[in-house]
Design a binder for this molecule. Structure first.
Ligand code: NAP
Length: 255
């Protein structure tokens, strides 16, 4: 089996960093290039900048250097809302996006840039981590900083589907920092898991499990040209998803 060269953007993010670490462990299958905008954060998380390209997804030339010679791209970038100030007692916190970092620029233009450059360079496969909730314009995440984040993310997902590159779009539920590999994962589509959640199952998933699904998507042919929602059952010590080919077989093509 030949080694697949994979670029992971958002590599210093909470899920992206786990993806990089997992792929780096499978040395006989993957060579990994991390793409991140903050050199200090790379050093903090990975010890050195070896195997990293520092740049911004709004900057074409740094993206081109990272993607050149890659077989696949994993997109885990996202606009990040900032809290205005700690909320007063009984009040909800208010959030905003910094100038230049609004979802339209990061989740639409930034993701479109990545897809366009990947296409120009002949990259064959893109795995993109997105979010559930995008079918509802009035979802509370769209209201944060009036950023319409899920709308822009969905627009980029549609663009990817129409790009002709093999895609896997993983729309995660609420991300939690719990250990992965301990739960049964559930896939869905069109926010049905959000709108009619199965009884007793929160619409969340550990970041480690999402990262594992990314790694599996790079390996399993049944993940190609699929878009799906993803949550996990609460840990019960019995049912754990191990057959990812069977999981991907339940998913479908198209937005
Ligand atoms: P995260 O920690 O917020 O990471 C986002 C990454 O994007 C960071 O590494 C950030 O860089 C990078 N980034 C942002 N703007 C950039 C730019 N202009 N150029 C280069 N890099 C840029 O991510 P996460 O919480 O693990 O979430 C992963 C994915 O799941 C995201 O798409 C998110 O929307 C989605 N999701 C999140 C939730 C949730 O509950 N949070 C739920 C469902 C889905 P820095 O490290 O330098 O900041």
């Amino acid at each position: 089996m030949s080694v697949k060269k994979v670029c992971v953007t958002g590599a210093t993010g909470r899920t992206g960093a786990i993806v990089v670490k997992k792929l780096r462990q499978i040395t006989n299958q993957f060579e990994v290039i991390g793409f991140a905008r903050n050199e200090e954060k790379v050093k903090e998380l990975f010890g050195s900048t070896d195997g990293f390209i520092i740049g911004n997804i709004t900057d074409q030339s740094s993206l081109e250097s990272a993607l050149k010679g890659c077989d696949a791209l994993v997109i885990v970038t996202s606009a990040i809302p900032k809290m205005k100030a700690p909320p007063k007692e009984g009040e909800r916190p208010e959030f905003y996006f910094e100038t230049g970092e609004i979802p339209e620029q990061v989740d639409w233009i930034g993701q479109k840039n990545q897809i366009d450059i990947a296409k120009n360079l002949g990259i064959k496969q893109i795995v993109l981590v997105g979010s559930m909730g995008g079918t509802n314009e009035n979802h509370m995440l769209n209201k944060i900083g009036d950023g319409k984040i899920l709308i822009w993310k969905r627009k980029a997902e549609e663009y990817l589907i129409n790009s002709g590159i093999d895609y896997t779009i993983i729309r995660a539920g609420g991300l939690i920092n719990e250990p992965g590999g301990k739960r049964e994962l559930i896939v869905g589509k069109d926010d049905t898991l959000l709108n009619n959640p199965p009884q007793g199952i929160p619409t969340s998933i550990p970041r480690e499990d999402v990262a594992e699904v990314v790694v599996q998507a790079l390996q399993e042919s049944k993940a190609k040209n699929k878009a799906f929602d993803l949550i996990s059952k609460p840990e019960d010590g019995i049912s754990i998803t191990k057959d990812f080919s069977a999981l991907f077989a339940q998913t479908t093509a198209g937005l």
